[in-house]
Structures are given as C-alpha cells and as structure tokens.
Ligand binder design. Structure first.
Ligand code: G6P
Ligand code: MG
Length: 221
C-alpha cells in the first residue's frame, strides 16, 4: 500500500448538515418547496449541479429552467454553503482522523483528496489539514462523477501511484462503487449493509488506522 485516497465530506469532517441546510434554504426561497430530511443522506457524494437536478425533479419543475438559471441557483446555494463552512475549525475534524493522518505520514504513505467538492481546498484549510495531502484531485477536470472511478483515478495519478497500490476511503455508496471501479481497495465508513460493496467497513472514522489498512491490503492481494 503506497497511497490513501480520501473522500472529504463525511470522512474528514461532517459537512452533510451544511449542504442540506444550504439546499433547504435555496429550495424554499427559490423553488417554493420544503425538502424532506432524507435528502441529507441522498445528496452525499452527488455533485452540486446533480444535487440541484434531483431537487428540481423532486419539486417537479425541471423543465422550467434554462442552463444559465440552473447555474445561478447552484451558485446561490454555494454562497450559503461557503458562509456556513467558513466557521469550520480543527474542532470539526472527525474523531481519530488527525491521529490516522499522522500515522500515515510516519509510514510515508502518500495521501490525496478524491472529493466531488469544489470547496475541498477551503475546507482543508479551515480544518488545518492541508499539509497532510500531497494532492487534491480537481472534480472540475474529470468527465464523470462518482460512482464512476474518474476522481479516484485522477487522485492516484496526481500522486503518481498505481490505483491498485492505493486504498480509498468513503462514506457514500456511490463513492465505494467508484473506488472499486478504480481498482483501489475500498474502506467504507458507516453502515455495513449499506456499504457492503467495500472490502471492509468500519462504523466510524475512529476505527481507521494504518494497521487495519495494511492487514486488509495483505488479505486481498
Ligand atoms: C460532496 C458532498 C455532496 C456535494 C458535492 C459537491 O460529494 O457529499 O453533497 O454536493 O461534494 O460539493 P460542492 O462543495 O462542490 O458543492
Ligand atoms: Mg462523503
């Protein structure tokens, strides 16, 4: 194992509540709909514009908007979201993550971000975690979002490491599918049943450690 490819939202910090709050405000103000609570988990790993499309689908209004109007709405949601994440600090890093990153650094394992979020650099900066990552794959430069493998392939490529020598870490079903399709070993964080496609699932980020990764890697290859 030479590299670890991290999803960001739900792995390094919990941003789903901020995404949901921003989408809820936009949906209410601009589309006149109240989003049901299920949307918080349904939009995990789904790109900004695809999230808006799903919300419009739910509201039954997709055909009334031009591409320019869709972009404007997506930008407005992002303004709400960026304001919310500006208050993130080290205290918002999920349990065990800093220790895990220290361990990977100690063992000279390269780390990269493979997130659908265009706000990843800002979030890493606010959490004080930027220095741990040798690369942040740019979601604007990949053709297909998760569950396609593109962002994980791009992250491994930026590190200059074969995806087969990498481990990917994800909390979303589409993300686990993307890791498996890239050829990397998949670690799921969350519900075992939901993330059953992963090579191994741990309940929380606190269980992530170097030994677990190397052991799982040795068992599979
Ligand atoms: C992550 C989140 C999604 C979000 C996507 C794009 O995958 O789980 O909920 O829509 O990133 O994020 P962005 O910050 O670019 O709007
Ligand atoms: Mg995630």
């Amino acid at each position: 194992m030479k590299g670890v490819l991290f999803d960001l939202d739900g792995i390094l910090t919990d941003t789903a509540k901020f995404h949901f709050a921003a989408w809820s405000r936009l949906a209410q103000e601009e589309l006149g709909v109240i989003l049901p609570a299920e949307f918080e988990s349904e939009l995990k790993g789904v790109s900004r514009v695809d999230s808006l499309v799903r919300i419009m689908d739910y509201a039954g209004i997709m055909n009334n908007y031009s591409p320019a109007e869709i972009k404007k709405l997506a930008n407005k949601k992002n303004d709400y979201y960026v304001k919310a994440i500006s208050s993130l600090t080290r205290a918002d890093i999920l349990p065990g993550i800093t220790e895990f990153l220290d361990e990977l650094t100690e063992h000279q394992v390269a780390c990269a971000i493979a997130s659908a979020s265009k706000n990843a650099p800002l979030i890493l900066k606010n959490l004080g975690l930027s220095d741990y990552f040798a690369a942040i794959a740019d979601p604007a430069k990949v053709a297909h979002g998760k569950p396609a493998p593109d962002i994980f392939l791009a992250a491994a490529d930026t590190l200059g490491i074969d995806p087969k020598e990498c481990v990917g870490i994800e909390d979303a079903v589409a993300g686990v599918t993307a890791i498996k399709a890239s050829g990397a070993l998949a670690i799921g964080v969350g519900d075992t049943q939901e993330l059953k496609e992963a090579d191994i699932v741990v309940p929380t980020t606190n269980e992530l450690d170097y030994k677990l990764l190397t052991q799982t890697f040795a068992e599979k290859y």
